[in-house]
Design a protein around this ligand. Structure first.
Ligand SMILES: Cc1ncc(C[n+]2csc(CCOP(=O)(O)OP(=O)(O)O)c2C)c(N)n1
Ligand SMILES: [Mg+2]
Length: 580
């Protein structure tokens, strides 16, 4: 260990200093809290119940303080997954996800998950050690500030012993107000200093009230809506973050709209009779028929990108668009908006409903009994397909449909990236949008398991499903041990095609050699058992009986190595690659 690494920590961890400065016979004088102590205590005082991470010399003391002041700490096996756990925890609870890492390599290991949290606008706080400003030759030295800002996170810092509590409070609150991950750098020479401030002296950052829609924009949108015969509301992650589900349904009922979501907002309208599910590449054939018939499309907190519109196919050419978003730059980015409202989804839905009530506008629009019946009869589950199961392999659709039936309604589902990702998106129901984790903002493989672990810790009384590919499973493998050690109610479903299927199905039809992205069959159930989990290999529906058994006492993970037919290519994949 380098001097830089040891000496600052000794000041905190070492023998209790006596008032006289030498061995004391009396009770030791109360230790002056260090900066690290104060940072941990200040973060905990915000009501943090759980934190994730990996401990090293640069973050042990601050994490101990966090725990002393009431938080539980869940040790991951790789920082890449630790930050995903904090992300998943935040997605489910709506609270800030907290992650603690060592300086230098501890922080670089978080980069992919941090980029995902930034792209999905998850409030996450990473506590990261940092080499002292003067330690120019430290092995751990990198430019942590620019590193994290380059992936869209906010770099903040504990400046001094005089400001420790204010700095910590500011960083925590910024994650909420700016809806982004914040990395609070904790220089390791400042951490052991006696804190000169133990509680924040500044008032909390002003709560950023969601921007209100302008009355003029509401009037314009209401005027357009009074002409709408067949309106559609498409809600995205912005609507989820704004908790706008109920207000959007009320608006939709007033104007006679059907409802749909982007993939990340799946579940927002779960169970509602006029909800068509996901719009875009995962849309059911029935939804794909209905959505383009809309004459007015209201978009709330979604970027209406090619995923959500299936390269434009979900929105008819003559449809008028009303776009609501808190981000001015989201407006018209992918499709011109006829009316733009820069405001929060929930307050805008409320204001529009009030304005339409004031105008005594109420339309049946799309909302006929016949359409509700058709929606109920034409979900993905009812869509006929030719079962491509064989002796050795199960059809991933068949497995997903059967699994959906076995699981209780109250569950969470986290989906990794890869060819397989459409199957859980289409066939596994979730009770609400906060139970749906779609860490695909960065399209990185390997984040699903960490997200699922965070979700399982957030809500331990229901099963959480990690739907991942074999490639994603291998990337996050170490965390199977975490799930077993923490005895999580976690069902890991590995869509195992012994390949990077996304690459196989994209490149093989073009005549490229894809042998490099195919692998020998791997015993992922055996690996999971070795990590301490229950596990089973699944080749037919009957093999899913283990899920029913597990649900009787689901403490500790069950890992299913589902040998899916690798020859099936999903329709959405070509769609995905058209985007580049
Ligand atoms: C971190 C990362 N590395 C590589 C890729 C490129 N990539 C996209 S999908 C994929 C294959 C993933 O394999 P698997 O998890 O088994 O899912 P499958 O496509 O086979 O269903 C790869 C390597 C990526 N998106 N992210
Ligand atoms: Mg695969």
């Amino acid at each position: 260990m380098s001097e830089v690494e040891v000496s600052p920590q000794e000041g905190v961890n070492g023998p209790e200093p006596s008032a006289a400065g030498h061995a004391a016979t009396d009770a030791p004088a109360p230790r002056v809290p260090s900066v690290a102590d104060v940072v941990g205590a200040t973060i905990a005082a915000h009501g943090v119940e759980d934190a994730f991470g990996i401990l090293g010399s640069g973050n042990l003391v601050v994490t101990n303080a966090l725990v002393r002041h009431g938080a539980r700490f869940h040790h991951a096996r790789h920082e890449g997954s630790a930050v995903c756990m904090a992300d998943g925890y935040a997605r489910v609870t709506g609270a800030v996800g907290v992650c603690s890492v060592h300086q230098g390599p501890g922080l670089t290991n978080t980069m992919t998950g941090l980029a995902e949290a930034a792209k999905s606008r998850t409030p996450v706080l990473v506590l990261a050690g940092e080499t002292p400003a003067a330690a120019l030759t430290s092995n751990f030295r990198i430019d942590q500030h620019d590193l994290v800002e380059s992936v869209g996170a906010i770099a903040d810092r504990v400046h001094s012993a005089k400001t420790a509590a204010d700095d910590a409070a500011r960083a925590y609150q910024r994650a909420i107000t700016e809806r982004r991950p914040v990395v609070l750098m904790l220089p390791i020479d400042i951490q052991p200093q006696p804190a000169e401030q133990t509680t924040p002296s500044r008032p909390p950052l002003p709560r950023l009230d969601p921007p209100e829609p302008s009355p003029d924009a509401i009037r314009q949108a209401a005027a357009l809506l009074t002409t709408a015969e067949r309106p559609v509301i498409i809600a995205g992650r912005g609507a989820v973050l704004a908790n706008a589900g109920a207000q959007l349904e009320r608006l939709a009922a007033t104007i006679g709209a059907v409802l749909a979501t982007s993939a990340p907002a799946n579940g927002l309208f779960a169970g509602l009779p006029y909800a068509l599910g996901i719009s875009g590449g995962f849309a059911s054939p029935f939804a794909a028929q209905v959505l383009p018939r809309a004459d007015v499309v209201l978009v709330f907190g979604a970027s209406v990108n090619h995923w959500t519109t299936k390269h434009g196919a979900m929105i008819g050419p003559a449809a008028r668009l009303i776009q609501v978003d808190v981000e001015p730059r989201a407006i018209g980015r992918n499709r011109p908006a006829d009316v733009a409202i820069i405001a929060d989804a929930k307050t805008t839905a409320q204001a529009l409903t009030s304005e339409l009530n004031r105008r005594s506008h109420a339309r049946q629009g799309f909302r006929t009994k016949q359409l509700a019946d058709e929606i109920a009869q034409h979900s993905w589950r009812h869509d006929p397909y030719e079962d491509a199961s064989t002796e050795d392999w199960i059809d991933p659709r068949t497995m997903s449909i059967a699994l959906n039936e076995l699981l209780p309604r109250d569950r969470a589902v986290a989906v990794d990236s890869g060819h397989f990702l459409g199957y859980p998106s289409m066939f596994l129901d979730v009770p609400d949008a906060r139970s749906w984790l779609f860490p695909n903002g960065f399209q990185a493989v390997g984040l699903g398991l960490g997200n699922a672990i965070g979700a399982a810790i957030a809500k331990p009384d229901r099963p959480t499903v990690a739907a991942i590919g074999d490639g994603g499973a291998f990337m996050a493998l170490a965390e199977l041990e975490t799930a077993a050690r923490l005895k999580l109610t976690l069902l890991v479903v590995i869509y195992d095609d012994a390949a990077y299927g996304a690459e196989v199905h994209h490149f093989a039809p073009m005549g490229h050699d894809v042998s490099l992205v195919r692998f020998p069959d791997a015993d992922l159930a055996g690996i999971a058992r070795a990590a301490g989990a229950k596990a089973a290999t699944v080749r037919r529906v009957d093999d899913l009986g283990v899920v029913t058994e597990w649900l009787v006492n689901p403490h500790g993970p069950l890992v299913l190595d589902v040998k899916v037919n690798p020859t099936i290519c999903a329709e959405w994949l070509e769609e995905a690659f058209r985007a580049g």
